[in-house]
Write a protein that binds this ligand. Structure first.
Ligand SMILES: [Zn+2]
Length: 337
């Protein structure tokens, strides 16, 4: 009884640590509509700040010492291998890399390509967009409008409830509308191809190189770092049947076990916000993996459920700003996005 009391009211109240969420480390500052790119220079400054506090995965839950930090990277971008790996090794900092196995060796994902279309600005001014079988929207873009840099997931306008068939939109509103439409479909690649045809005349593929790691790079990364699963296709799990959710988790774990030649016990929910997974997802993750991470902000405590470990997304901040943000991460009140 007393032990339970101590656990509940003393240990639980002290944040044991925070888990940081990274996606891309880029050679230089780059335009970034999702706010997921950290430049190499800023990344190294950030690592200088946290290297004393970085801890192994299981220690993040221990109440003492306080102020521990765990680094994680999502999606399996090639720049993680090219840039992040070297800097982490140089400073002796560990990390977990969550890999979307269906993206291995791919040039880009639908969300990379969507961003590129908006950054290069090759979008028609007027076009029809099929929202579902019954609804086609006539969209007109506002003249001389530049896209702003708010990430699409921060837009609160309920685009799903559009009743007006004719819409006059800003580019950033259109970006958010399309992002949500594709993200919440069961076949995002197919929907993206349709969207691309509707909004852009340009068929040229201007992206060179590839954005995602190949199997050998993941195997190499796995020698010094922890590797976790991030599903096979990076679809939103909450809209999938239980069986589909299960195979998304199992396929990625099995492929990674083969690539890394070890058991895969870690998982990160794609997109990771509250609306992106459900009770079934949490149950499956608990059964299949030892630790599963969300993208919901929050500190880690001794009693944090191991299938709902919160994380704070890191942006392209220099060392000085990052230090302040990190302090905020530790003291920010628990809240959900
Ligand atoms: Zn992801």
């Amino acid at each position: 009884m007393l032990k339970a009391f101590i656990k509940r009211f003393i240990v639980e109240k002290l944040p044991a640590g925070v888990v940081l969420l990274y996606h891309r480390i880029t050679e230089k500052d780059e335009k970034d509509l999702y706010k997921i790119k950290v430049s190499l220079k800023n990344f190294e400054e950030q690592i200088e700040v946290i290297k004393k506090f970085a801890c192994p995965l299981e220690d993040i839950f221990c109440p003492k010492p306080k102020g521990k930090v765990l680094l994680t990277f999502d999606d399996g971008y090639k720049d993680n291998f090219d840039y992040a790996k070297k800097i982490l090794e140089k400073h002796g900092v560990g990390a977990v890399f969550f890999i979307t196995t269906g993206f291995l060796g791919k040039k880009y994902s639908w969300y990379d390509k969507l961003e590129e279309i908006f950054l290069t600005g090759k979008i028609k001014k007027n076009f029809s967009l099929e929202i579902d079988e019954k609804t086609t929207l006539e969209i007109e873009l506002e003249k001389d409008d530049e896209i702003d840099v708010l990430p699409p997931f921060t837009y609160s306008k309920p685009f799903e409830k559009i009743s007006n068939r004719k819409l006059n939109l800003k580019k950033s509103e259109l970006f958010a509308l399309l992002y949500r439409k594709i993200k919440y479909s069961k076949n995002p690649d197919e929907i993206f191809e349709k969207v691309k045809k509707s909004i852009s005349d340009d068929d040229e593929d201007e992206m060179d190189g590839r954005n995602y790691m190949i199997e050998d790079e993941v195997a190499e990364l796995g020698k010094n770092f922890l590797i976790g699963a991030h599903t096979e296709t990076h679809r939103t799990l909450s809209i999938l049947e239980e069986r589909e959710q299960e195979s998304e988790m199992l396929i990625s774990a099995i492929k990674l076990e083969k690539i890394c030649n070890r058991k895969i016990e870690l998982f990160a929910y794609p997109f990771g916000l509250k609306e992106d997974f459900n009770e079934k997802t949490l149950e499956l993750a608990k059964r299949i993996f030892k630790f599963s991470f969300t993208g919901i902000k929050g500190q880690v405590y001794f009693l944090t459920p191991r299938n709902q470990i919160p994380r704070f997304a890191v942006m392209n901040w220099n060392g000085e700003i990052f230090e302040k943000k990190l302090i905020d991460f530790f003291f920010e009140r628990k809240r959900e996005l």
